[in-house]
Design a protein around this ligand. Structure first.
Ligand SMILES: Nc1nc2c(c(=O)[nH]1)N[C@H]1C(S)=C(S)[C@@H](COP(=O)(O)O)O[C@H]1N2
Ligand SMILES: [Mo]
Length: 418
């Protein structure tokens, strides 16, 4: 996002001139300025007729936001351009990606979902069967639990890192699907069942154990993304959506659900996706994403061209319901002010926060911290280090900081605080 600079001319909107706050002190100033400049004129495209309608629209020239795609490999990821996005919705073509074995080519007409295990009636569902059940559409974020790991090391704290490279494994869409509870009622879960195994169709056969309670609560079999069919990158023709939970558990290209009475202990929940703690033990099944916020403007490599009023903005989210508060500090965490939350503030969804700040041209460290409806406050990096130590690889929800130097250069500034 590049806020336009307001030129003096832009403030003068009538022949007599308008006295704009601060920039032009008196009406006489304005009139003098107007007289010095050429007559006001805006470019005039009205003389040429425009192009006609088309079946599929396109973006304005130069306005294609881009993912940051890592080197191509079987295990790969790409990040959403958080600095270029407005509001909370991620355009589907720049939703972040994380694939453990590439994107499988799946033909919707031949895709099937097997639901079996501790059920009364094991069943195979075609997509047309699934799509016939009553649907819901809801806005949810997905965040990879590895997001933000690039700025956690005490020894190698980066300064020249973009918010895209830092926190771009985060995206928000309106997802459409059928509640998993509907399908589980259809097959009839047997007494004593408490977990299920969800398995993908990719050659990684990514699979995770999910507590039945979550499956019956708000889990979705999602086949829609921002009003159209879910993208192949997001799990076409269908993925498991677990609102507020770590991305890894939201199995894409879903082909099998096995109802069980215990977790299956797959690779993704034993050797991976567990959290070593400082006391030598490890957390397992840390599904829920804790409250977090990240500033998207101003961030590296932006250079503030001028002192004066700037809008600090970013995203906040929590897997535990709604964000209730986002505070912004411009002095490295000494003092905090409430940012405005732009509604609607939805559960398990990103919310955009905004804070108007008058930069005085001196060095500043800009931070944000989120609080959610449980009262949980986004921790400092020091608090997270104390709780988890250096070996942890997931759930990096600590507060971020950006340093604004007196020449306006913005760099990642967490290292300045430790
Ligand atoms: N089948 C399958 N499901 C998967 C993955 C995968 O590689 N295969 N990656 C997981 C991980 S680690 C994350 S963070 C999310 C990423 O979802 P996205 O690519 O739609 O952003 O999908 C999860 N589901
Ligand atoms: Mo992930």
């Amino acid at each position: 996002m590049n806020p336009p600079r307001l030129s003096r001319r832009a403030w003068i909107t009538t022949a007599s001139g308008v006295v704009a706050a601060g920039l032009i002190k008196t009406q006489a100033d304005a009139v003098r300025l107007a007289a010095q400049e050429a007559p006001l004129q805006a470019p005039d495209p009205t003389k040429v007729p425009g192009r006609f309608t088309s079946e599929v629209g396109r973006r304005a020239t130069g306005e294609q936001p881009r993912r940051l795609a890592r080197a191509q490999a079987l295990s790969s990821s790409s990040q959403s351009p958080l600095q270029d996005l407005m509001g909370i919705i991620t355009p589907a073509d720049v939703h972040f990606e994380r694939h453990h074995a590439g994107i499988p080519e799946i033909v919707k007409g031949s895709h099937e979902l097997l639901v079996h295990g501790m059920v009364e009636r094991p069943m195979v569902f075609r997509m047309a069967d699934i799509e016939r059940y009553p649907r819901v559409s809801r806005l949810y974020f997905i965040e990879c639990s590895g997001n933000g790991g690039g700025a956690y090391s005490r020894d190698a704290m980066p300064t020249e890192i973009t918010v895209q490279a830092l926190d771009g494994l985060l995206s928000t869409s309106e997802w459409t699907g059928v509640p998993l509870a509907t399908i589980l009622r259809e097959v009839g879960v047997r007494r004593g069942a408490s977990w299920l195994l969800a398995e993908g169709s990719d050659s990684a056969m990514l699979s995770r154990s999910i507590p039945l309670e979550k499956a019956m609560d708000d889990a979705l079999l999602a086949f829609g993304q921002n009003g159209e069919a879910i993208r192949p990158e997001q799990g076409y023709p269908m993925r498991l959506m677990l609102p507020g939970w770590e991305g890894n558990a939201q199995v894409k290209w879903l082909r099998r659900i096995e109802v069980t009475d215990r977790p299956t202990m797959t690779r993704e929940e034993t050797s991976k996706y567990t959290d070593p703690l400082q006391n030598g033990t490890a957390r397992q099944f840390s599904f829920v994403m804790d409250a977090k916020s990240t500033i998207t403007f101003p961030t590296y490599p932006y250079v503030l061209p001028d002192r004066g009023w700037w809008e600090i903005t970013g995203l906040a989210w929590t897997g535990r319901g709604r964000i209730t508060r986002v505070e912004v500090s411009t002095d490295g965490g000494e003092s905090w002010a409430d940012a405005a939350l732009q509604g609607p503030v939805l559960p398990k969804c990103t919310v955009r926060f905004r804070h108007l700040w008058e930069w005085n041209g001196r060095e500043a460290i800009v931070m944000s911290r989120a609080t959610d409806e449980t009262g949980y406050v986004q921790p400092t990096v020091q608090q997270l280090w104390e709780a988890r130590g250096d070996q942890t690889r997931y759930h990096f929800n600590n507060q971020r900081a950006w340093k604004i130097a007196s020449d306006g250069v913005v760099t990642f500034g967490l290292g300045d605080l430790v």
